[in-house]
Design a protein around this ligand. Structure first.
Ligand code: ACO
Length: 311
């Protein structure tokens, strides 16, 4: 029995086998992976900026070392993801172009400002916490290079989440002013962190198809519920209050109920009108432009080496 390429592809997905770069895949599968993986890569790189803001002001050498290491990890994640994306037949230059021209999306969460040192705690605890919830299922995603990148990324995210929680815990156990600073950071980051996991399932245009292809293994709402259920007891443990008057444990469903999120705010941020969108894109564009001489020098050096070998 001769099977079509499409049938072979579908059978692999059904058997939970990975799709590899040289395998045949539907064009829409390729495009949707370029979309998600590139948005993910851009998010890692733009995500370095809010925390980069605090490197010079970390309260101790130990905190500075941990923060620096974490931000470097994010750069590494971006590079893995750009490489995974390139296996789908798009170049790194095109991907950067999409980011710098404002055409590409990156995670909404990185368009919020980091106002105090406690934000380094809240970002690690909540943003990286939400990132792990989203990325652990992606270790089982159907596209091989993406799934393999996620394994290491998740290990590193888990260190990031713990270093953030440790900052929050220290502040919450500190002076009243320090505890207040931690609570203020939680108040500002809680809802953006929930929105980061994407629109509700009924508003999510890509979920149904991405679940069929096993690109996504859990829906946005499932991940959000998991994040809330996991994080509320952590807040209680360090004596901080989740800023949601409607938060309530439901003993029947064994889940927390929470407020409807401000989706208008979410879409404004996604469309480029969040508090820091312009600042973040300007920072990336400037970094690219200021690095031009390095790229030129590397090209000139490579050419020189090549000419030498000919002789
Ligand atoms: N910020 C910006 N845009 C978003 C966000 C968000 N938080 N959530 C959804 N969107 C966009 C989608 O990209 C999509 O836009 P597009 O059609 O122009 O691509 C649109 O809103 C509709 O959303 P969905 O249909 O739900 O899109 P999707 O199925 O891709 O789900 C999700 C969104 C959950 C973010 C998914 O893409 C994903 O899991 N991505 C990988 C993880 C990731 O990117 N994490 C980044 C932050 S983690 C970190 O960097 C530390």
């Amino acid at each position: 029995e001769i099977k079509s390429l499409e049938e072979i592809f579908e059978a692999k997905i059904a058997r939970d086998e990975k799709i590899e770069p040289k395998d045949w895949m539907p064009e829409k599968y390729r495009q949707t992976h370029i979309r998600q993986i590139s948005q993910h890569a851009h998010s890692e790189i733009v995500g370095m900026l809010p925390e980069g803001n605090w490197i010079t002001r970390a309260p101790s050498l130990k905190r500075k070392v941990a923060l620096l290491a974490k931000i470097q990890d994010e750069a590494g994640h971006g590079l893995y993801l750009y490489s995974a994306c390139e296996t789908l037949g798009i170049s790194r230059d095109e991907l950067y172009e999409q980011l710098h021209s404002g055409k590409a999306k990156y995670s909404s969460i990185f368009n919020y400002p980091t106002l105090t040192w406690a934000d380094m705690g809240a970002v690690g605890w909540l943003v990286d916490g939400a990132a792990i919830i989203n990325q652990v299922p992606l270790c089982a995603t159907s596209y091989g290079p993406y799934a393999r990148a996620m394994v290491r990324v998740c290990k590193e995210e888990s260190f990031h989440q713990r270093q953030g929680f440790q900052i929050m815990m220290t502040l919450a156990e500190g002076t009243p002013e320090q505890k207040e600073m931690a609570q203020d950071a939680l108040n500002r980051w809680w809802f953006p962190a929930l929105m980061m996991l994407g629109p509700t399932d009924d508003a999510s245009v890509h979920t149904a198809q991405s679940m069929k292809w096993k690109l996504k293994r859990k829906t946005n709402d499932e991940l959000r519920q998991q994040f809330v259920d996991q994080t509320v007891p952590q807040a209680e443990m360090i004596g901080l209050t989740i800023p949601d008057p409607n938060l309530k444990w439901n003993p029947e469903t064994k889940h927390y109920e929470f407020s409807e999120l401000d989706w208008e705010e979410f879409w404004q941020v996604v469309k480029g009108h969040g508090p820091c969108n312009k600042m973040r894109l300007d920072a990336r564009r400037n970094a690219w432009n200021n690095g031009e001489w390095v790229r030129n020098a590397a090209m000139a050096y490579a050419e020189k080496q090549e000419n030498r070998e000919v002789k």
